[in-house]
Design a protein around this ligand. Structure first.
Ligand code: HPA
Length: 280
C-alpha cells in the first residue's frame, strides 16, 4: 500500500489545476483509446500535461495523449482527460483512480467515461457505440478494487452502493439524444479485465455466459471511485472490434484495429456526448 494517496495529494493536484484556469468544471470526461478528438473542440481551453500535475500518472499507450483540457463544451464547464492510466501498465489501482479523485476535489458532479471495447453481444457490429448500463468488476472480484485499503471518509463510505452505478437520468438523456440524431445506440454490460493480452476463445465463452456484452481493460475502477465519491456516471463503449464467436476463430484483435475503428466511431460518440452536455 506504499503508493496510497492522501487527501493532501489530491488537493495538491487540484490546486495546480485551479492555478491554471478560472473555469470551475462541473463535468469530467475520460476519453478512451482512439477517442481523444473531442478534446480538440473544447472552447476557452487550457491544456495541462499530466506531467505538470503532482502525483498524476502519465500513460504511455498509443492513442492516449496524456493531457488534461479544461474549458467549455456546449457552454458547460468541463475537464477532459485525454488519456488514462491503465492497470496493465503496472499502475496500482490508486494510481488508476487518482484522476477521478482529483476531479472530485475540483468539484465535478458528473463523470462521463468512454472506452474502446470488444463486442461480445452478437447483435453488435464493429463501429457501434454502446451505452453502458452496468458493469462486471471481474478485475475487482480478484481483489484489485480501488477502494481496498483504509477508507478515506472525506471521499465516501466504506461500503458504497453499486446497485445503480450508471445514472438512470443520464442514460435516458443519452437515449433521447441518440434517437434524435439517428445514431444507433446499443446498450449493455461492460466487463473489465486486467489485460493487456486479449481474450482466448475460452475466455470469451466465459464472458458471454456471465452476461457481458462488451469487454475492455479500463473504466470500471474509475467508475467505482466516482460512485464512492457520489459522482453521477455516464459511460459509453466504442465497439472497435467484434470478438470471435465459436466456430469463427479466424478473426483476431489487434491494437491498430482498435485505434482505427475508434477514430471512425468517434464522431458518433462526440455527437452523443455533446447532445448530453447541452441537454443537462
Ligand atoms: N478485448 C479487450 N479489450 C479491448 C478489445 C477486446 O477485444 N477491444 C478493445 N479493447
Amino acid at each position: 500500500m506504499g503508493d496510497t494517496y492522501s487527501m493532501t495529494d489530491y488537493q495538491a493536484a487540484a490546486d495546480l489545476i485551479r492555478g491554471r484556469t478560472a473555469i470551475d468544471p462541473k463535468v469530467g470526461l475520460i476519453l478512451g483509446t482512439g477517442l481523444g478528438e473531442i478534446a480538440e473542440t473544447v472552447q476557452d481551453s487550457v491544456v495541462i500535461p499530466y506531467a505538470d500535475i503532482p502525483g498524476f500518472p502519465h500513460s504511455g499507450v498509443a492513442g492516449h495523449a496524456g493531457r488534461m483540457v479544461v474549458g467549455r463544451l456546449e457552454g458547460r464547464p468541463v475537464v477532459v482527460l485525454q488519456g488514462r492510466a491503465h492497470y496493465y501498465e503496472g499502475y496500482s489501482m490508486d494510481q488508476v483512480t487518482f484522476a477521478v479523485r482529483v476531479l472530485q476535489v475540483l468539484g465535478i458532479e458528473i463523470l462521463i467515461v468512454t472506452n474502446a471495447a470488444g463486442g461480445i453481444n452478437g447483435s453488435f457490429v464493429a463501429g457501434d457505440i454502446m451505452l453502458i448500463t452496468d458493469h462486471i468488476n471481474l478485475i475487482g472480484m480478484g481483489g484489485a478494487n480501488p477502494l481496498r485499503g483504509p477508507n478515506l471518509d472525506a471521499l465516501g463510505p466504506r461500503f458504497p452502493d453499486m446497485s445503480v452505478a450508471y445514472d438512470e437520468k443520464l442514460r435516458s438523456l443519452a437515449r433521447r439524444v441518440a434517437q434524435k440524431a439517428e445514431i444507433v445506440l446499443q446498450e449493455g454490460v461492460y466487463v473489465c479485465l486486467a489485460g493487456p493480452s486479449f481474450e482466448t476463445p475460452a475466455d470469451l465463452r466465459f464472458l458471454r455466459v456471465i452476461g457481458a456484452d462488451a469487454v475492455g481493460m479500463s473504466t470500471v475502477p474509475e467508475v467505482i471511485a466516482a460512485r464512492h465519491g457520489g459522482t453521477r456516471v455516464l459511460g459509453f463503449s466504442g465497439i472497435t472490434n467484434m470478438t470471435p464467436v465459436d466456430g469463427a476463430m479466424s478473426a483476431s484483435t489487434n491494437h491498430e484495429e482498435v485505434l482505427e475503428v475508434g477514430r471512425m466511431l468517434a464522431p458518433k460518440m462526440v455527437a452523443v456526448i455533446r447532445g448530453v452536455l447541452s441537454g443537462l
